[in-house]
Design a protein around this ligand. Sequence first.
Ligand SMILES: Nc1ncnc2c1ncn2[C@@H]1O[C@H](COP(=O)(O)OP(=O)(O)O)[C@@H](O)[C@H]1O
Ligand SMILES: [Mg+2]
Length: 447
Amino acid sequence: MIKSLRNQLVVALGLLVSMVGVLQGLSSYQLCRNGMSALLDLRMEQVALRMRDGFAEGIPAIPARGSQDARDIVLTVWKTDSDEPYRSTEPSLALPKTAPHGYSSATVNGEAWRIFTIRDSSTTIQVAQRLSVRHELEETAATRTLWPLIVLLPLVWIAVVLVVRRSLYQLNRLGSEVQAIDAGHLKPLQTVGVPTEIEPFILSINRMIERLAQSIDAERKFIADAAHELRTPLTALQLQADNLQRDIVPGNQERFRELRSGIARSGSLITQLLRLARADAPVNGTAVARVDLAAVVTAAVADVLPIALQRGIDIGAEKMVSAHVRAVEADVGMAVRNLVGNAVRYTPDGGTIDLHMRLHDRMVCVEVIDTGPGIAEELLPRVFDRFFRANPDIEGSGLGLSIVKAIVARYDGTVTLRNRVDGPSGIVAAVCFPVDDEEEANDPQPG
Ligand SMILES: Nc1ncnc2c1ncn2[C@@H]1O[C@H](COP(=O)(O)OP(=O)(O)O)[C@@H](O)[C@H]1O
Ligand SMILES: [Mg+2]
């Protein structure tokens, strides 16, 4: 069974056209043979009639034996009173004088002949032609009618393949569009230029996309609202803890510190949740600008420099390239800072963190390479999941990379994490954005 619609159509149409072609070829072959045979008969009849008009005398009385070409017709004229032919173009051929009037067949000298006979009271005129010669002539003419078919059939197959492929190209294009739909790209599919048969599909997919977008938006709003609502009581809690500080007896100081750091952790978790909800929301066009990525990288390094120095981590940005991206500057900054932050957090004291910039395929990438422990290969695919933490010993929310992923989805960028393969353990985290190379993109157009 053929699964592909394209192959099904090609085979069905190709076979159909071939069948019609072959039938047409066979019938024109047969028609041509019959026509040729009728033509040869007509010629024999005309020659015989001419003989009756007195042309018989023109045949030499004693023709040279075997002088006649095998393909020629043989003429024989008999007189009623004699059993010997009166005149014959081939005297060695003993045609049956008694053959019936009109067309007949006979075997003479071991060969089959087609004979046309007319007789009157005094004369019998016979015109004969070898059947083998006639068949040869018929076949040659009929075979010629097959040539167009032989040449056209392969061309028709090619045309069928091209036509089917062309018609189904739209389906393939739609297929890849549908495949590209994910939570970050919930845009309705185009219906212009879509074949009418497919339009209902597109419309129902679009309705589904709309419902999906609504429910994702509702979820995002809920998270944002919840985080926002939680922030107020948490801030109050923090203030009260600050005020309580003086009243804590020395024996309880340690437990009180734990309480406060718990409150601080909850605070940063809520901040991360809010950031994630914001990164998931559609981009607000007005805040989009031309962002100098090298400047963002330098700022991110400067941010963590004090902590890195304190922990003896050698952090440096090399191989910077000048490239701009169109985005909300805070988004790009957060994406780079989250990767740098992870590198600092998971790299042991005295380690090294290198930042590289790279231009590739109209994308500009920032790579953050650390000398930390890396991540077990089987856990790598999950690091972008919300709340996933591969290393629970080290404090974190498990939301940092989810935020980066949501940010890059906004701008058709990518983020990848892989283990180093160049010797030391560690992670190569890379975030890429499409390059914005329109120099004047920022300037308002005059008029
Ligand atoms: N540079 C890194 N080296 C080792 N592990 C990392 C690195 N970056 C991320 N991870 C792992 O991926 C998990 C998810 O990262 P992330 O989403 O930023 O959350 P977290 O708040 O825990 O840092 C982390 O918990 C950590 O186990
Ligand atoms: Mg993190």
